[in-house]
Design a binder for this molecule. Structure first.
Ligand SMILES: [Zn+2]
Length: 421
């Protein structure tokens, strides 16, 4: 993407890792959880407080704020050519109800640290750099996840987003107005030269492989299939085995099939049943009905499609053998994401230049970057997290891991924004 002469980032450039860590710890004091993590769910008073702190820090670093009608915050650091499309760095400050201190927050505050470091080093870039806090990435309070980035990318419309309700029936739009963070900008009304999202891995691979940096090439696609099996409730003691129509047995066999199908598509494919219910769910009644959700994921569209097709072929046969009725309903889907190859190369080059161990990796979870990739060249950088644990208050990373990824972010962003001196 470097289409003009410029000075590349020097290998000795580093962010201030201590300052980044200190900011992460200060942000974590807002909306504390009950077990050392955070409960700073979107559009709560704690979210408003976290937003205000981020805005204050960014303005202290000379940045100016734009705010869109979904409450997404865009903090801009000016370039020498303000009319050029900016380079974006974005993630989210909202957390799960029992969330960690780093999921999302790291990507926003590392973006801030990149700007602070650029100022400290007296560097100027041709392109402006904008650090974004996307509203409601987690989707814990208002489903679905990645809501504001989805509106920005044209996946959802604003009315849909505003009408989402939480468990108490409060509307997203009303809560955004209540905390005072609705802006005037039309979502999606910005041109993006490139977007970087730096995130903790939320999986165990980087730590197990002893690598400091994950160069994210793809995001997994997924199919969620809800299966309903219908049999006959009957007494577990007095119904002869030959006369049973056992929906629970059908569910067990289909769960086995899900595992087998995923294993037949290795590597780069996963499948499981994480949610399962039987009726009437009584210890002495043969289940007459079972409803469960299959989650298939792969970074490769052909594998994803093939796993769904196999399931839709095998599950009805299993049901027929047991005399069960079956319905299979798709309840969630997105296609695999291939991040921009040019930006992937920039991230890999940056890790190489800095001497950090790295590997190509696939994002197992959804992220704002997956939606933004639909409308602009996008890439992700990952750092390890202890034991792969996330969406948990015990989520942990080391200050060294946080800083290494932020260094890579600094270099890749400078490369994309073009240093002029
Ligand atoms: Zn996240």
């Amino acid at each position: 993407m470097t289409d003009a002469p410029g000075v590349g980032p020097a290998a000795n450039m580093r962010v201030d890792g201590e300052r980044l860590w200190d900011s992460l710890m200060q942000m974590a004091r807002i909306g504390p959880g009950i077990a050392g993590g955070n409960n700073r769910q979107t559009l709560t008073d704690a979210d408003a407080e976290g937003r205000a702190l981020f805005r204050q820090w960014a303005e202290d670093a000379g940045m100016t704020m734009g705010l869109d009608r979904m409450g997404s915050m865009f903090l801009r650091h000016e370039g020498s050519e303000p009319d050029l499309d900016p380079v974006y760095i974005g993630s989210h400050l909202d957390t799960q109800p029992t969330g960690g201190k780093y999921d999302g927050v790291l990507g926003v505050l590392a973006g801030l640290e990149v700007i602070r470091s650029i100022r400290d080093m007296g560097l100027t870039t041709r392109r402006p750099i904008v650090v974004v806090n996307w509203t409601n990435e987690e989707g814990a309070r208002f489903a679905p996840a990645m809501l504001a980035s989805g509106v920005f990318a044209g996946i959802h419309d604003e009315d849909y987003a505003n009408s989402r309700t939480d468990a108490e029936g409060r509307r997203f739009g009303d809560e955004l107005d209540r905390i005072g963070w609705r802006g005037d900008e039309t979502p999606g009304d910005r041109k993006i030269h490139a977007m970087f999202e730096y995130h903790i891995e939320q999986g165990p691979i980087l730590e197990a492989e002893g690598r400091q940096i994950g160069v994210v090439t793809h995001g997994q696609g997924l199919w969620w299939l809800q299966v309903t099996l219908t049999g006959k409730d009957a007494h577990t003691g007095s119904t002869p085995m030959s006369m049973r129509v056992n929906a629970g047995l059908g569910m067990a066999r289909i769960i086995e099939a899900v595992h087998r199908i995923a294993m037949d598509h290795q590597p780069d494919a996963v499948g499981a049943v994480g949610q399962a219910n039987v009726w009437p769910n009584s210890r002495n009644v043969i289940p007459g009905r079972a409803v469960f959700t299959i989650d298939f994921r792969s970074p490769h569209l052909d594998k994803l499609t093939s796993m769904r097709a196999r399931l839709e072929d095998e599950a009805p046969k299993i049901a027929a053998e047991l005399g069960l009725g079956i319905e299979i309903e798709p309840v969630g889907h997105f296609d695999p994401v291939a991040f921009d190859p040019g930006l992937v190369a920039k991230v890999r080059d940056a890790a190489e230049r800095l001497g950090y161990s790295h590997m190509d990796i696939v994002s197992g979870a959804g992220h704002d970057a997956c939606w933004i990739n639909r409308v602009a060249p996008t890439v992700m950088i990952m750092c390890p997290c202890v034991g792969g644990l996330s969406h948990n208050e015990a989520e942990e990373i080391s200050p060294e891991w946080a800083a290494a990824g932020a260094d890579v972010l600094l270099h890749a962003v400078l490369d994309a924004a073009e240093v002029v001196g």
